[in-house]
Ligand binder design. Sequence first.
Ligand code: MSP
Length: 511
Amino acid sequence: MSFVITTPLYYVNDKPHLGSIYTTLICDSIARYKRLSGEKVIFITGVDEHGLKIQRTANNKGVDPQSHCDEISNIFLQSWKDWDITYNKFIRTTSKKHESIVSEFYNRVKKSDDIYMGVQKGWYCVGCEEFKDNPENSPTHKCPIHQKNLEWKNEENLFFRLSKYQSQIEDLINDSLFIQPKERRNEIINFVSKGLKDFSISRTNVSWGISVPDTQNHTFYVWFDALLGYVSAISNDMNNSSLEVSINKGWPADIHLIGKDILRFHAVYWPAMLLSAGMKIPKKVFGHGFLTREGQKMGKSLGNVLDPNYLLSKYGKEAVRWYLLKDISLGSDGDFQNKRFVDIINNDLANTIGNLLNRTSSMSRKWFNNRVPNNEKFNTDNTLELYSNESIKMYIKHYDSFELDLAANVILNLAINTNLYLNEKQPWKLIKEEENISLVSNIIYNVLESTRIIGLLLLPILPDLSSKIDIQLGSLYNKNYSWIEQLKWGKLIHNSELPAPTPIIEKLEYE
Ligand code: MSP
C-alpha cells in the first residue's frame, strides 16, 4: 500500500508562479515526511495541457499548441528540479497513454448510463475553464477570480449525470475527514445542498483536446480530461499502462492538495465521476489558501507578480520553504511580505537554530578536544531529553494532521528552549573550575543532542539545512537507523569528532 499525494496539474498557459510553487512545496514536504516515517509514497504532479485557455495562449503566440505545451512543460520540469521536488510521477495530459485512459474511463461512465447529449447555454470563464452559474455574473460582470469578461456559450455538448449522485455526494461530504479545512467543507455543503446539476463534459468549438470516441467534432472538456491525469499518472511510466493497472498500482489518492478555487471540481464532480466508473474515491481533498503580496492580490495586470525564480536565486530554496511552510497555516490565506520574510529567516534559522549549533559546537571543540563530550558517567539532568521527546510527539501529531506550520513551530520552540537551557546553565562560567568538567560535559552533550534532533525534525521541511546540521555534528548518526530510530534521545556518539563550525545559513538583507 502506498501513500498517494497529488498537486493540481498546472495549466501550461504560463511558467510556474508562486502559487504553484507553494502547493508543490507543501506536497513535497508531506511526501518527504511520509517516506521518512517508513511509508511507500507515490507523489504525483504534472501539467494540464488541453482546453481553450491553452489553445488561445498558443494562438496568440503564433505557435502550434503542442510546441507551446512542450516548451512550458519543460519549464515546469526544470523548475521542479531547481526546487528539488521529490515527485515520483509527472503526468502530461497530452501523453498518448493518458488519452487512452480517458477513453477507457469515458466508456465506463457511458456504460453506467451517465452520458447524454444536450444543449449547454451559459456564461463561461476561459481562465477558470468553468461555466459560472450565478445570475449576477452577466457579461458586464467579470470573473471574480480572473477579472476578465465572461463569454456566452450556446452549443451541443455531452452531459454527465451529476444529479444522479446527489445523495452519495452528500454522504461523502458529511464525513468530516473528506474535505479539509472545516471552513472549506461548509462552502461545499452549501453548494451541494442547492441541488447538483448535470454538467457538460465535451466541447464542439475546442480543437485542442482529446477526441470523444464515436462522437464527431467533440473533444473532452478540459476538466474531465485533467482530473483523470491523477489516475493515469500512476501507470503512465509503465509499458502496460491502463485504467486497470493504475487502479491496481495505487489508486485511490490519499490526498489531493489543491487551492481553494478548485475545490468544487475535486470534492464534488470528481468523486461523482469516479463513482460512475465504479472506482474508489480519494480519501481527502485539502483546499489551501491563496497567497497575496504585501496585502495585495498578485496578478499580471497589477504588475506585482512575485517570480519564484527570483526568490530562489536571491534567497535560496530553504528560506522560501521555511517562510511558506512555517509562516502560513495550511488552509488559510497567506501574505508574502519582504520585511517579514527577512526577519523570520534571520531570527528563526540564522539566530535561533544556526547560532545554537555554532556556539555549542565551538564550546565543545574548545573544551573537549574537538569532540562531543562523554557524559556517560555523569548524566543527571534530563530536562532537554524530556522536552525533546515531548516535541517529537507533538511534531508527529501535527504532521499527520497536515499542520505543517505547527510542526515547524515545534522545532523552533525546541531550539528556543535549548538556547534558554544553555543560557541558564552558563557552562562558560562553570568551565573555569576544574571540578565542574562532568557537569559541563553533560550540559554540552544535552545541547548538542537536542540540536541533532532539531536537525532531524527539519529534514522534511528544510532538507538542505538539515543535512548541513548533520555534517556539523559529524554525520555519524544516520547510517544504521531509520529516521524514527534516529529520533531517539542519546544517539549522538560520545567522543566523536566535531568538524570546525561554519554558518549553516547566511543572514538576509532587506531589499
Ligand atoms: N489545471 C487546473 C487544475 C487541474 S487539477 C486536475 C488549475 N491549474 S492552475 O495552474 O490554474 O492552478 C493550480 C493551482 O494553483 C490551483 O490549486 C490554484 O488554486 C493555485 N493557485 C493559483 N494562484 C494562487 C495563489 N496566488 N496562491 C496560492 N495558490 C494559488 O487550476
